[in-house]
Design a protein around this ligand. Sequence first.
Ligand SMILES: C[S@@+](CC[C@H](N)C(=O)[O-])C[C@H]1O[C@@H](n2cnc3c(N)ncnc32)[C@H](O)[C@@H]1O
Ligand code: SF4
Length: 376
Amino acid sequence: MPGGFGLYLHWPFCRAKCPYCDFNSHPLGPAAPDPDQWARAYVAEMNRAAALTGGRTLGSIFLGGGTPSLMPPALVGRLLDHAARLWPLADDCEITLEANPGTVDTANLKGFAASGINRLSLGLQALDDAALKALGRIHDSAQGIAAARQAAHLFPRLSLDLMIARPGQTAATLADELDRLFALIADTGAEHISLYQLTLEPGTALHAANPALPDDADQLYIQTVARCRDAGLPLYEISNFARPGAASRHNLLYWQGGDWLGLGPGAHGRLTLEDQRHALGQHRDPATWLATALEEGATTDHTILSRQEDSEERLMMGLRLAQGLPLAALPDPAIIDPQAKQSLVAEGLLADTPNHLQTTDQGRLLLDHVLPRLLR
Ligand SMILES: C[S@@+](CC[C@H](N)C(=O)[O-])C[C@H]1O[C@@H](n2cnc3c(N)ncnc32)[C@H](O)[C@@H]1O
Ligand code: SF4
């Protein structure tokens, strides 16, 4: 199976809701979720999923959220042990947990490492205290740096998440912040960074506040891409940078059209079964998800994608990657308009490669313009 097979588990709770975030994440109320009940729900969903996919080797497991670093480490251990009973794990299985620096300490980080997590993805978001405050984060930059240093001792692989093109950011302040970031990377040996351009997502508090974003956001992005390359972490996907060989295997499943199970509130998965591409989605509301997972099952959407839908999705994801995708990766290569492809090559937006589709640096910036033109 090209692209491999992975498991995504979604933990939908956070200590507080960040004003920019439209993920399926909910601030924890006074009553903490019951770990035993949630464990039984994930186990029940894993058992259902294994009935479809048993025997396949897991190349990655990703605990995302929300803030999975709020999960008790014993719960994480119970879920990872159960996954390993249901599916063989690859020898080099990548097992990632997303962590918010305001929720970690030596004890829970040690617990996650002991439970089998071998890659920590730490949400620094910024290395500037005023910006962290404006973003509604529950930690300051000193806590972020301390968490990265602790994590570096405990996990073989470390990734750092930040947001760029934030209100008030300029080329000069970004340059200073990237200096601090690369100093931290040198210090911790972090092998991977995700640098997302801040987006005002409809329905969020930040969108309602409508702050001015930098006019030169594209320039800030270009500056960031160049600095990451010079620091030895070249871009491999629009927002992701890694040392050679350290790309996120789990995220590559999404971008290279692999198969993955998505379990937990609002999680989505893709499975290839008998040569057909299945798209599966689970109940979004945490209480509904919990109740259905414990009873009849939490899957609420199950569609079989047409060859055209499958091809369009693979194209959309594959063009995000620096390496692009082979035309042969599309179940229906006829979705591509060869004349449009030639025009995009002439305009410098696509590389001139006969059996392959690959955006140039400029084309990657204009992906929303490139994609619809490429389709017949
Ligand atoms: C699930 S969160 C990471 C883990 C943890 N919840 C945290 O915030 O530290 C995933 C990442 O998405 C990014 N993100 C969320 N909302 C965003 C937005 N509106 N624009 C750009 N990036 C965003 C953040 O960088 C965040 O680290
Ligand atoms: S950014 Fe992270 S911590 Fe903040 S609300 Fe979203 S998922 Fe939760």
